[in-house]
Design a protein around this ligand. Structure first.
Ligand SMILES: [Mg+2]
Length: 260
């Protein structure tokens, strides 16, 4: 492998706490001039906030080094024939959708596209039901998912991510979501083409055995699992075999020099 994709939450930090050694390892990555990108399914924050968070933890990064589902979704929407978009995303992620026709927040009909992101505590029955009504009222309305992460490690324990809410809407409408983000192959391929490196020469490092590791492997990349973040030992018995398992991001330089 000669390039690396870094998942952020669970690999470089746990929620608001940096993972030991992450800043040093990212300095090493830059010194070695290893092509890399940060790929995250986080849709509760915009790229500017994500960049600021990395910088706060001593990790050098620009907004352009970060690939998010919101960026990928908005890019795709701009290529479509226009139609009103209903956004179920946190305010911080809305700016990626600037320039598109956005439906008012209370509308229950009239959407051509329904975008589901990580609303966290803002999810309630009324909000989820509004997304359902928007989809149900128009046969042609397209359900778009900002990643299909099932859960993540928050400071108070595991928390539901985007996928369970998308699954509820898929179940209720009988429609399948288009997934922009991990574990969708197009997202990994977009990252590969941004770096100009073939998929087979890229290592994806993440703490989610399904979204990060299995998703990357299905897209032709190598998948590394870290034993930090949401990792639990039982993850290694679910039928997915990572190309490498690292104690933490800290073990990367040693593994890398042995693997070359
Ligand atoms: Mg993660």
């Amino acid at each position: 492998v000669r390039a690396i994709l870094f998942d952020m939450d669970g690999v470089l930090y746990n929620s608001e706490t940096p993972i030991e050694g992450a800043a040093e390892v990212m300095r090493w990555v830059r010194e070695q001039r290893i092509p890399h990108l940060f790929v995250t399914n986080t849709s509760s924050r915009g790229r500017r906030q994500l960049k600021e968070k990395l910088n706060r933890f001593g990790i050098a990064a620009e907004e352009n080094d970060i690939l998010t589902p919101a960026l990928a979704t908005a890019g795709w929407l701009r290529e479509q024939t226009s139609g009103p978009v209903a956004l179920f995303v946190k305010p911080a992620a809305r700016s990626e959708f600037d320039g598109l026709t956005i439906l008012p927040d209370q509308a229950e009909a009239g959407a051509r596209y329904v975008v589901i992101g990580d609303l966290q505590e803002a999810w309630d029955f009324r909000t989820l039901n509004r997304a359902f009504r928007l989809l149900h009222s128009d046969r042609e309305a397209v359900l778009l998912a900002l990643g299909m992460t099932r859960y993540w490690q928050a400071s108070d324990g595991l928390r539901l991510d985007v996928a369970p809410f998308v699954a509820a809407l898929e179940h209720a409408t009988g429609r399948q979501a288009m997934v922009f983000g991990k574990p969708g192959a197009p997202f990994f391929h977009a990252a590969a083409s941004r770096m100009g490196v073939p998929a087979s020469q890229i290592l994806m490092i993440g703490d989610d055995i399904e979204t990060d590791v299995a998703g990357a492997q299905r897209a032709g990349l190598k998948g590394a699992l870290v034993r930090t973040g949401k990792f639990r030992p039982a993850d290694l018995e679910c039928g997915v075999t990572p190309d490498v398992v690292l104690e933490s991001i800290r073990s990367l330089p040693e593994w890398w020099s042995q693997a070359q």
